[in-house]
Design a protein around this ligand. Structure first.
Ligand code: ARG
Length: 468
């Protein structure tokens, strides 16, 4: 069959119209460039549909077998590459039905009984998501595990913690990495949650109102691995809230990765030097011979923009659409697939980069000097001795001012007599209490940065992953 003939066969709605759209207009409304990735899902759906049509006596069992065998053959040919998807077709559904019809004649024309491309595309996308999301969840789990391994290794490494990017209180590197892992673990939950909600079979919803044919929606759903069919035909073809949920989960995950990468970019700067990026995860400059740039981290940060944009695209796309199906919905796939591809790719890059970077824990520890990060601990020392916190805060603030005036870089530079002039409650044991390791060890409350508590947090997160 020639290309043009095949295209004739695959335009499913030509009968009603006296004129065809011109080539450019046809290409404008086509979606094959995006929905071709649904080819195998489309065939799977069609095979379940024809088997049911046969069981229900809507087509003969011979026809059902012939259609099934041909669909299986088409799937194999697409897989092997002996059949190439025609990029001039309207969409993947039209293309496959067109091939079927070109090969089987009237038997091929029976495949679409009781079905519309509206429920077909809703099904195909769900099958695609059920098939591909486990991979995304696996790379997300790998990223969490990578962070937890590093957190475990560095559970006792002290570093400055920041608020407003100003040195705030001593932390452990393990605590920082665990904070990142917590965010990603919730992201994993968001994907899993969306996956649970989309796990219903829309086939049998037809264009919007089901079918007058005696379809068996339950058996189709079960044969395709769904626990049940969707409840309402209109909802099934009109709504794309599953796409919104997944695009939101992707955008949130990317926002997390973007912030982690921002930390990495700052840490890799000469001024911080908390980390050294592996050469394999860095790039150079075409003009400045000395440069080693954290491009990978920057690009992950940059790609968060597209996923935020995709979520916005989908929200605006759906807002104001009259129920049920509108062609606008065809635009959903490009945004959704791009977001899911982007987040999978970036998670892989992020894990690879993290595994190979070097933490300069000595630099981190040294950065605890000079920022008065021990000030809160000094104030809490006074609270333990009975001073109201506001008074303790004021006494330590004055000590910090004394230090700055004297060109001293830490509270421990003050003599006990000088400290006592600000509060008589200070004793010699203060000096031990405000050492970074003591500050961190004392913060062993649930959620805190103490090494023992970080280890507990790691165990809790690992437990959550193991129970999935
Ligand atoms: N390519 C279309 C889409 O992705 C398939 C459904 C077409 N339905 C229609 N009534 N034009 O949405």
């Amino acid at each position: 069959m020639k290309g043009t003939e095949q295209q004739e066969a695959s335009v499913l709605w030509a009968g009603r119209l006296s004129e065809k759209p011109g080539r450019e207009a046809f290409a404008f409304q086509a979606s094959i460039g995006v929905d071709k990735v649904l080819a195998q899902d489309d065939i799977r759906g069609s095979r379940a549909h024809v088997a049911m049509l046969g069981r229900q006596g809507i087509i003969t069992s011979e026809t059902a077998s012939a259609l099934d065998a041909e669909l299986e053959r088409i799937a194999g040919e697409l897989e092997s590459g002996s059949l190439v998807i025609d990029e001039d077709a309207e969409d993947i559904h039209s293309f496959i039905e067109g091939i079927l019809t070109s090969r089987l004649g009237d038997e091929g024309r029976m495949v679409h009984a009781g079905r519309s491309r509206n429920d077909q595309v809703a099904l195909d996308v769900r099958l695609y998501l059920k098939r591909t999301l486990p991979h995304l969840c696996a790379v997300l789990t790998q990223a969490i595990n990578t962070l937890l391994e590093l957190a475990e290794k560095h559970s006792g490494a002290v570093m400055p913690g920041y608020t407003h990017l100003q040195r705030a209180q001593p932390l452990t590197l393990g605590h920082h990495l665990c904070a990142w892992a917590c965010g990603l673990e919730r992201d994993l939950g968001r994907f899993e949650d969306a996956l649970k909600r989309l796990d219903q079979c829309p086939l049998g919803s037809g264009a919007l109102a089901g079918s007058s044919l005696p379809l068996d929606r339950n058996s189709v759903a079960l044969s395709l691995g769904f626990p049940e069919p969707t409840l309402n035909a209109m909802d099934s073809v009109a709504d794309r809230d599953f796409a919104l949920e997944l695009a939101a989960a992707a955008a949130i995950t990317m926002t997390h990765l973007s912030r982690f990468c921002e930390d990495l970019v700052i840490w890799a700067s000469e001024e911080f030097k908390f980390i050294t990026m592996a050469d394999a995860w860095s790039t150079g400059s075409s003009i400045m011979p000395q440069k080693k740039n954290p491009d990978f981290a920057e690009l992950v940060r940059g790609k968060a923009g597209r996923t935020g944009g995709n979520l916005m695209t989908l929200l605006v796309l759906l807002k104001g659409l009259p129920y049920a199906y509108d062609k606008d919905l065809q635009e959903d796939k490009e945004a959704l697939f791009d977001s899911l591809d982007t987040v999978s790719q970036c998670l892989g890059i992020f894990s690879g980069m993290m595994k190979q970077l070097e933490f300069n824990t000595g630099r981190m520890e040294a950065a605890l000097e000079g920022g008065f990060l021990e000030a809160t601990d000094a104030a809490e020392y006074l609270v333990r001795k009975g001073l109201p916190f506001r008074r303790a805060h004021e006494a330590v603030a004055l000590i910090v001012r004394d230090c700055i005036a004297a060109g001293q870089r830490g509270i421990a530079s003050r003599s006990l007599a000088e400290l006592k002039s600000r509060s008589p409650l200070f004793e010699a044991d203060l000096y031990e209490a405000i050492k970074p390791a003591s500050c961190v060890a004392a913060r062993s409350l649930p959620g805190g940065p103490a090494p023992s508590e970080v280890k507990r947090q790691i165990a809790v997160l690992r437990g959550k992953l193991a129970r999935r």
